[in-house]
Write a protein that binds this ligand. Structure first.
Ligand code: FAD
Ligand code: NAI
Length: 475
């Protein structure tokens, strides 16, 4: 096997594996190197997303939601459940199986698209004559070369000083997805995306969850009206979120963890938890790449420095996904991966950062795209707002989930949609319509005039668009 490639991708998460597939589709001889190991030491491509992120968290969110419905929701539908039991071992095993299906799916896609996969750690060796040598340290050690290199090495969880992750008592996302017995008391530091999703999973299966958040506002980046509604709904479910706390010492004992903290009023507390999840953000991962060795520039926060086209400081070296600026989202990484492969082919790959959707998979889900009301105010943009509650939507009533609303923000003069914010059932699916509309620079009236199926949750989207012009029909 020749070890000379047109494109060498380092990292097989959503940024890397998608870049490799697109490069191969465009006719380049492509290699993808990924070091993730499954529990048998074999390859497990897919990165954080597949192994300890998007996929396993959504599997557990689904299972725990089924359990919650069976325990509390079915009775209303006239379904009586007796002798309900939680088989956590099976829940975790199912999650592991979903992960494996995705790992195998990526290996299959590599074969189908003729991407050569290397299992091991990739690091820059040298750059000579416009060609990069990359060492692969796996079961064996070998060197491959590439005319172009795409770095997609992702991110790692940020630890709190003095509280390293042991994944037994002090857990990152990795440990939080593999707890083997429901903790009686679970502490979560950080009420961000992971804190709320993992907090929801373990609360639903019986843990008493306490979330400790440094910021004084709940989900500060989310539209304020939507965040307030979400906070109210999550509190009603029993997810206790304490805002404005200052974390002090964290001490791991033999069987529990003690967290000292001051609450928003300055009162000191000492809380003892059976397990503690720390989810306070993630840091870029450039460990072992030998970036310094070839003079690859990082920015002041440790991300690989790139321009708007994902070009690094080195010719023909690109970087995508969590290891570069921008939101740490799998779909953002994928879009950058595709755009880079197309740029290598001389095409005009493009990522529109204004229309990247966000979803928090709590129940109800929180999803948004574009500007929040507070951003528009701060930017002095004149806007109109329209909201529609799921309470007035027939499908939501039939489902038995009428929580939340859809909110549109449109330019006061042109009616162009500037942002759409949803908290409610299936918000993750509903947001796609808003993304399409914004990509096509649609007006709120465009959505209001489009026929939506009845009864469907998407009618709430149409009604919120109608509400921008104060002419909702069903509310
Ligand atoms: P990664 O997925 O981190 O992949 C990087 C890969 O590179 C890894 O396999 C790593 O082993 C490998 N690697 C690193 N260095 C080397 C090297 N030197 N040689 C070889 N291989 C190397 N995002 C969403 O959009 N939706 C979600 O629902 C979502 N849920 C999440 C839930 C959790 C709990 C977490 C932690 C994250 C979640 N994310 C979600 C974020 C998402 O996982 C990341 O944005 C995404 O994985 C980034 O993709 P990436 O390709 O940049 O990096
Ligand atoms: P996050 O940035 O979403 O939230 C971190 C939270 O911790 C913030 O609210 C922050 O104010 C708080 N915090 C920071 N330092 C603190 C401290 N010392 N004490 C108390 N609170 C503190 O980060 P998170 O939840 O770790 O997730 C990382 C990233 O992974 C997300 O930003 C997102 O990009 C991605 N992700 C995406 C998901 C999705 O798309 N559904 C799901 C999970 C993760």
């Amino acid at each position: 096997m020749s070890k000379e490639f047109d494109v060498v991708v380092i990292g097989g998460g959503p940024g890397g594996y998608i870049a490799a597939i697109r490069a191969a589709q465009l006719g380049f001889k492509t290699a993808c190197i990924d070091e993730w190991k499954n529990d048998k030491g074999g390859p497990a491509p897919g990165g954080t997303c597949t192994n300890v992120g998007c996929i396993p968290s959504k599997a557990l969110l689904q299972s725990s939601e089924h359990y919650e419905h069976a325990s509390h929701g079915f009775a209303e539908h006239g379904i009586e459940v007796k002798g309900l039991n939680l088989n956590l071992k099976q829940m975790i095993a199912r999650k592991d199986n979903v992960v494996k299906q995705n790992n195998d799916g990526i290996l299959y896609l590599f074969k189908k698209n003729k991407v050569t996969f290397f299992h091991g750690r990739g690091s820059f060796e040298k750059a000579e004559g416009g060609v990069y040598s990359v060492k692969v340290a796996g079961a064996a050690e070998e060197t491959i070369t590439g005319k172009h290199v795409v770095i997609a090495t992702g991110s790692n969880p940020r630890a709190l000083p003095g509280a390293p992750f042991d994944e037994k008592l002090i857990l990152s996302n990795t440990g939080a997805l593999a707890i083997d017995a429901v903790p009686k008391k679970l502490g979560v530091i950080g009420a961000g995306v992971i804190g709320l999703e993992m907090g929801s999973v373990w609360r639903r299966v019986g843990a008493e969850v306490t979330v400790l958040e440094a910021m004084p506002t709940f989900l500060g980046a989310v539209d304020e009206q939507i965040a307030k509604e979400a906070q109210k709904l999550l509190a009603k479910q029993g997810l206790e979120v304490n805002l404005g706390v200052k974390i002090g010492a964290i001490t791991a004992g033999k069987k529990d963890v003690t967290v000292e903290y001051a609450d928003a009023a300055g009162k000191e507390h000492k809380a003892v938890f059976d397990k503690l999840i720390i989810s306070i953000g993630r840091v870029p991962n450039t460990t072992g790449l030998n970036a310094e060795g070839v003079g690859l520039k990082l920015d002041e926060r440790g991300f690989i420095a790139v321009d708007g086209d994902c070009k690094t400081s080195l010719p023909n070296v690109w970087a995508v996904g969590d290891v570069v600026r921008g939101p740490m989202l799998a779909h953002k990484a994928e879009e950058e991966g595709v755009a880079v492969a197309e740029r290598i082919a001389g095409q005009h790959g493009h990522v529109n950062f204004n229309t990247i959707p966000w979803v928090i998979y709590t129940s109800p889900e929180i999803a948004w795209v574009g500007k929040t009301e507070q951003q528009l105010k701060a930017e002095g943009v004149a806007y109109k707002a329209g909201t529609f509650p799921f309470l007035a939507n027939g499908r939501a009533r039939a489902l038995g989930d009428t929580s939340g609303m859809v909110k549109f923000l449109a330019d006061a003069k042109t009616d162009e949609i500037l942002g759409v914010h949803i908290v409610g059932p299936m918000a993750s699916e509903l947001i796609a319509e808003a993304v399409v509309a914004m990509e096509f620079r649609a007006s709120a009236e465009d959505i209001a005039r489009i026929c939506h199926a009845h009864p469907s949750l998407s009618e709430a989207t149409k009604e919120a668009a109608l509400a921008v012009d104060k002419r909702s029909l069903n509310f």
